[in-house]
Design a protein around this ligand. Structure first.
Ligand code: ADP
Ligand code: MG
Length: 319
């Protein structure tokens, strides 16, 4: 396959055809029709071989994750995903890799009705960049800098599963069953972007962020940008049965500082507790209150009333 055959192949594999795409893959640029009165949300994320995935990971999984991390950013803004561009850099075009890649990419693209409207193809070390576009009612965009003193702090799902999967993949011995390990591996390689949750939180939550680098690091971004602090009760942090089996301190470290969960962390006024639990019920997704926003700066974690210092501050590329 050469570059042009690759682009034709990608175009041919795509099943989503949106009405708001006037010109998609094939011209010099895409021509798109944003819905009237909605704000456009744009994000981009790169996955690099050796940094974000292993060279031997299946291509379908890499493609899935490249879409999922961008969809998670949309979710954290309360946006409805619509269009994406795909920049593919590969040392060579391998038919098998490309077929598997397209399968993973378009599986999740179809699930969220995202159309790939263009991109670029280069030769070089394997990397995938996806730029995602979505819509939100302007007043319902969920920002990081709008947490308010007195807010409850929530997280979706369970935390630390991806970090435990990564530790096991890197050789940490585990007594978990094969089934439990494969569930954990899916949490790492096939995270579920919380798009429906983000959309439901518009007008309910005050602030939101997705947990890509560990809730400690990500929550600190929200606190700093909002000019507030937080108390977090570690005994309240939601853990899967796999993490429950670990020594408590290890489980809490993974849950609080491990990255790649792609759950949402958000704040809402206590008056919204009923609405938050109604959303949890309708989405069949636990939304757990883990703390509160306070007016002194800093993040204070406690376990049953005892102050606890957590070591990891979240993943950083240039440390
Ligand atoms: P140009 O030289 O104008 O940038 P390209 O040959 O790079 O043109 O791209 C031709 C068309 O194919 C464009 O519409 C571009 O958006 C699309 N395209 C290129 N690479 C990809 C890709 N990896 N995935 C999706 N679309 C792509
Ligand atoms: Mg190009």
């Amino acid at each position: 396959m050469n570059e042009f055959e690759l682009i034709d192949f990608i175009r041919g594999q795509q099943t989503v055809k949106r009405d708001d795409v006037l010109v998609g893959i094939g011209d010099d640029a895409a021509v798109l029709m944003p819905p009237q009165g909605q704000a456009l949300i744009v994000s981009a994320d790169t996955l690099l071989a050796g940094v974000h995935f292993y060279h031997h990971d299946p291509a379908a999984g890499i493609a899935y994750k490249a879409m999922a991390v961008n969809l998670s950013d949309m979710a954290a803004m309360g946006g409805k995903p619509a269009w994406a561009t795909l920049v593919l850099t590969m040392p060579e075009i391998e038919d098998k890799f490309v077929a598997s890649f397209a399968q993973g990419l378009f599986g999740i693209a179809e699930q969220f009705q995202v159309e790939i409207v263009g991109g670029d193809t280069c030769r070089g070390p394997l990397s995938i960049t996806i730029q995602m576009h979505g819509f939100v009612e302007p007043e319902k965009a969920l920002r990081r800098n709008t947490a308010q003193v007195g807010d409850d702090i929530y997280v979706s799902g369970t935390l630390g599963d991806a970090a435990l999967a990564l530790a096991i993949a890197e050789g940490q011995p585990s007594e978990l069953s094969g089934q439990a390990q494969s569930w954990l591996k899916d949490r790492l390689l096939k995270p579920t972007p919380r798009v429906s949750l983000g959309m439901a939180l518009g007008g309910v939550a005050h602030a939101a962020i997705d947990i890509s680098d560990g809730v400690v690091g990500d929550l600190k971004h929200m606190l700093n940008q909002s000019g507030v602090g937080a108390n977090v009760w570690l005994e309240a942090v939601p853990l899967s049965p796999m993490l429950e089996q670990l020594p408590q301190q290890h489980a809490i470290e993974l849950a609080m500082t491990g990255g790649e969960d792609y759950e949402l962390c958000f704040t809402a006024a206590p008056s919204q507790r009923g609405r938050v639990q109604a959303i949890a019920h309708s989405l069949n997704l636990p939304l757990t209150r883990i703390g509160e926003i306070v007016d002194r700066s800093g993040l204070y974690c406690s376990l049953k009333g005892q102050a606890v210092e957590l070591s990891g501050g979240g993943y950083q590329h240039f440390e």
